[in-house]
Ligand binder design. Structure first.
Ligand code: FAD
Length: 434
């Protein structure tokens, strides 16, 4: 069996992998010491682009334009960069077995990779309707979006079904971003989700009302309180209809499903401690197994600010956790220590000409501020979350870079609030003066 051996192996070739590789290069890595193993065929890239500019009908984003680390304003790491640094990019290679005690990974094509230190960066996979046994869910033109190959298939379908009908199943951020992208591509778009409003895990009813109104104004029909229970197909096996639980039937040439993800931890089951569905780590992303680290979507780590272990499935954390793990590895080799990870949760989304940012924790009471009328051009509004008399979370649509910085600062500082009415009245200016 072919065998290769490295000092460091990053398993996964997504966002965290790209930022970890850059940090290794910054800290100093010898040629041949580091390998990145990915089942994708391309070097690490900024995954959020897939549901945004990658799908635009005009001047879409394409690789190599959005390789990591451009998403955070950093250097774009092209395949040549890895070569120059002596970092081995092992692409189109799926690891199917991980033997953590034996420090060995085995690929689907039977290759064996030994390591001294492993960083697990396998990210998430999508939850599929087939997993729930939804009738007809294996029809052609039902899409999911996680990797660049998925996006390419969706683009082919958009071209083949010009001006056709699209149904989006799921009202999370993937559903909202894809609903917008398909509408921009001139498809007739309907969205279906069971919850009373979109993005219910983050949005309040007040926030969601703005986006739902805005989408309606763009001609997107939103159907709430029901789910897809089956699909009809034509003689080619292509989807033609989405059957809903409430008895309605929607015509569809393309269906995109965004009903959530699941961290890819199966390779390590029984070998490493898990918590909250992820691989448990400390504040340096060290797992329960010596010399094994886990970063990005798969890590359940101590969120110092809230004194709680959490898993975070956002790009900003993927980047920062990767950097933290590499810094910790390098420091421990030199007998030094670094500060524990002190993360302020940050999440953003963009669709149409909208753009929002959220910082902190969405728990407690909420106040809505600003102009959240969906008919207002360039509406600017937000929300604060208040717990135990302190602002712990902040959301802002349409903020300038300075305003976004101000709401991030509020979520970090957690200033006390005396009156919710007063806070609602002050709105953004409350954040700006902290
Ligand atoms: P990933 O980037 O998913 O990388 C995992 C890598 O591991 C992949 O390359 C995968 O192929 C590889 N892999 C997995 N298993 C194996 C195996 N067995 N063998 C070999 N390779 C393997 N977050 C935001 O904050 N804002 C956004 O706007 C936003 N938009 C998004 C849009 C889309 C379409 C998606 C899918 C996600 C979006 N996210 C967004 C979430 C964000 O992209 C993720 O949190 C981030 O990519 C996680 O980084 P990661 O490195 O942990 O995992």
């Amino acid at each position: 069996m072919a065998e290769k051996s490295f000092k460091y192996v990053i398993l996964g070739g997504g966002v965290a992998a790209g930022y970890a590789a850059r940090e290794f290069a910054k800290q100093g890595v010898q040629p041949g010491e580091l390998a990145v193993i990915s089942k994708e065929a391309v070097a690490p890239y900024e995954r959020p682009a897939l549901s945004k500019a990658y799908l635009f009908p005009e001047s879409p984003a394409r690789l190599p334009g959005f390789h990591a680390c451009v998403g955070s304003g950093g250097e774009r790491l092209l395949p040549e960069w890895y070569k120059e640094k002596g970092i081995e990019l092992i692409l189109s290679t799926e690891i199917v077995k991980a033997d953590l005690p034996g420090k060995t990974l085995i690929s689907a094509d039977g290759k064996s990779f030994k390591y001294q230190i492993l960083i697990i960066a396998t990210g998430s996979t999508v939850i599929k309707l087939i997993d729930f046994g939804v009738q007809g869910a294996d029809a052609k033109n039902i899409f999911y979006l996680r990797e660049i190959d998925d996006a390419d298939k969706l683009i082919e379908a958009i071209k083949a079904k010009k001006n056709g009908k699209a149904v989006i199943v799921g009202g999370g951020y993937i559903g909202l971003e894809l609903g917008a992208a398909l509408r921009i591509n001139n498809l007739d778009v309907k969205m279906v989700y069971p919850e009373p409003w979109c993005m219910p895990r983050l949005f309040t009813a007040g926030i969601a009302a703005f986006y739902e109104g805005y989408y309606a104004n763009k001609g997107i029909k939103i159907i709430k309180g029901t789910v897809a229970v089956g699909f009809s197909t034509n003689s080619n096996g292509e989807v033609t209809e989405v059957k809903l639980k409430d008895g309605n039937v929607l015509g569809a040439d393309i269906v995109v499903v965004g009903v959530g993800g699941r961290p890819l931890t199966t390779l390590f089951k029984g070998q490493v401690e898990e918590e909250k569905g992820g691989i448990k780590t400390d504040g340096f992303f060290k797992t329960s197994v010596p010399d094994v680290y886990a970063v990005g979507d798969v890590a359940t780590f101590p969120l110092k600010l809230y004194d709680e272990n959490r898993r975070v499935e956002h790009v900003d954390h993927a980047r920062k956790s990767a950097e933290q793990a590499v810094k910790a590895i390098k420091a421990s080799e030199e007998g030094k220590s670094i500060d524990v990870y002190d993360y302020l949760p940050f999440f953003y989304s963009r669709a149409f000409d909208l753009s929002w940012q959220f910082y902190g924790d969405n728990v407690g009471d909420t106040v809505l501020f600003g102009d959240s009328n969906p008919a207002t051009p360039k509406a600017k509004f937000g929300s604060y979350w208040i717990k135990d008399g302190k602002v712990v979370g902040a959301f802002l649509e349409g903020g300038t870079p300075e305003e976004n910085k101000a709401i991030a600062n509020v979520a970090r500082v957690q200033p006390p609030v005396e009156s919710l009415d007063q806070l609602a009245k002050e709105g953004l200016s409350f954040a700006s003066k902290i």
